[in-house]
Design a protein around this ligand. Structure first.
Ligand code: EPZ
Length: 417
């Protein structure tokens, strides 16, 4: 349990580097067992989800350790293909070990993954992708047993560009005989980072970042070195916080091309954004205008993970902003908590309407999930007076030292464990 103490109303100013990407490193950690190899990863964020993945790797018999932002994995010794429920339930990404263990061992026993409560989050597309490669998948109670004497290349048609199902298919296809084409694939930048890692591991893979990814063989490498890409959602969090409080913050080491949709809305709200090849600077007077309609969708549409963040930034924006959540069927739990600050939000199925209020007042709120918790931090920074956020561990799953980073930018924030 963590308790966040925030005294709002302070402008944010300065420059900072953004953490490594949670959603890039988690599939790469699973992929590190596809072949018996040593992996050195740089720029790995210190997160509880990373710890959970390293614990699974150790449970499987690997050496897996993190020292600051460096991670070393030796997957030459795998002694198990079973992941206990207690480990599966800690996060959604545990499901990515399905493709990796099928590729390495030809069999995997696991249960359904955990993760943020954003509605029903089935894994049918993951299972269908494994079956398309020749695996049998049996669900016995809460246990899922996948087996494949050998994986055979095939066409995998994803009915929806699921990020996780795309990643599971890419990882499993590395061990398939013959060519695999994944059509309807997700195009998120994290998918491209996974492809870069798998290529270094010896995969012949093309197309990540488009809707068609081809895997045509694998020749295992002994050692892989890889630097994890910056976390675009963590970057968006700092941009939205600066927009909400008013300030002048430069983020370094980020690829501005990954923020087109967010930049569009923040500029429309009245912020100035100056972007260069590897940095983004946002200047705001904190007096924002509503932006009309924000509709989430698969990349490169507006990311669902940024929906709670932009909503929190626009709580005082003059006018009305409508948020349409098209990716998850229940991703507005944070709106009730935001209302405790005095926000004016109404929710009707997949639409949340936000009317800007003149001011927000500090309050005691709970983090509902990872990005909902970040939205609470943003709202508390923009509110007048003191706030307390009670967090059962959601924020630390995805943010590395968020309190330190914000304090360095001028926020009056303190987090006690
Ligand atoms: C990844 O989750 C991210 N997590 C999520 O970020 C992100 O919100 C999501 O992609 C969408 O961009 C990681 O990368 C670890 P999906 P994932 O499969 O892979 C449905 C965060 O805050 N679906 O693209 O689980 C599903 O229910 C997290 O960092 C099926 O129906 O997302 C959802 O409605 C939250 N069947 C939609 O597809 C399946 O087999 C998108 O899910 C798989 C998914």
């Amino acid at each position: 349990m963590a308790i966040w103490h925030i005294n709002g109303g302070k402008r944010l100013e300065g420059a900072c580097f953004v953490q490594g990407s949670k959603n890039a490193v988690l599939p790469i950690l699973a992929a590190s067992i596809v072949c018996p190899t040593e992996t050195d990863l740089l720029n790995v964020p210190q997160l509880s989800d990373v710890e959970a993945s390293l614990a699974i790797l150790r449970q499987l018999g690997c050496t897996a350790q993190q020292q600051d932002n460096d991670v070393y994995i030796d997957s030459r010794t795998i002694t198990s293909n079973e992941i206990p429920q207690s480990m599966m339930e800690r996060m959604r990404s545990s499901v990515l070990f399905m493709g990796a263990l099928l590729a390495r061992c030809g069999e995997v026993r696991m249960t359904a993954p955990g993760g943020c409560k954003l509605g029903v989050r089935p894994i049918d597309m993951h299972i269908d992708a494994m079956r398309a490669l020749g695996a049998s998948v049996e669900e016995r109670g809460c246990e899922i047993i996948c087996k494949a004497d050998k994986l055979v290349g095939n066409r995998i048609r994803l009915p929806y560009p699921s990020v996780g199902a795309t990643e599971n298919a890419m990882i499993a296809a590395c061990a398939a005989q013959g060519e695999t084409v994944i059509s309807g694939a997700a195009k998120e930048p994290e998918i491209e980072d996974l492809q870069e890692y798998l290529r270094k591991a010896g995969a012949y893979m093309n197309g990540a970042g488009t809707s068609a990814i081809t895997v045509s063989g694998f020749s295992a490498e002994q050692h892989i070195g890889h630097r994890i890409m910056p976390d675009r959602i963590a970057a968006a969090t700092l941009l939205c916080a600066t927009a909400a409080t008013g300030g002048d913050v430069e983020l370094r080491g980020v690829d501005f091309r990954q923020f087109y949709r967010l930049q569009h809305f923040l500029k429309q709200s009245g912020c100035d954004i100056i972007s260069s090849k590897r940095s983004l600077r946002l200047v705001s007077d904190g007096k924002l205008s509503a932006v009309g309609r924000v509709s989430t969708g698969p990349y490169p549409e507006f990311p669902t993970d940024m929906q709670p963040l932009l909503m929190a930034a626009l709580l005082k924006a003059s006018g009305r902003t409508e948020f349409i959540e098209n990716v998850f069927d229940s991703r507005f739990a944070h709106t009730k908590e935001l209302a405790r600050f005095g926000a004016d939000i109404s929710v009707e199925r997949r639409k949340a309407s936000v009317w800007g209020v003149r001011s927000l007042s500090g309050s005691v709120v709970s983090a509902t999930d990872l990005r909902g918790g970040a939205a609470m931090v943003i709202a508390a920074l923009a509110a007048e007076g003191g706030s307390i956020i009670v967090d059962s561990g959601h924020i630390r799953r995805g943010y590395e030292f968020l309190d330190h980073r914000l304090r360095a930018l001028g926020a009056d924030i303190f987090m006690e464990l």
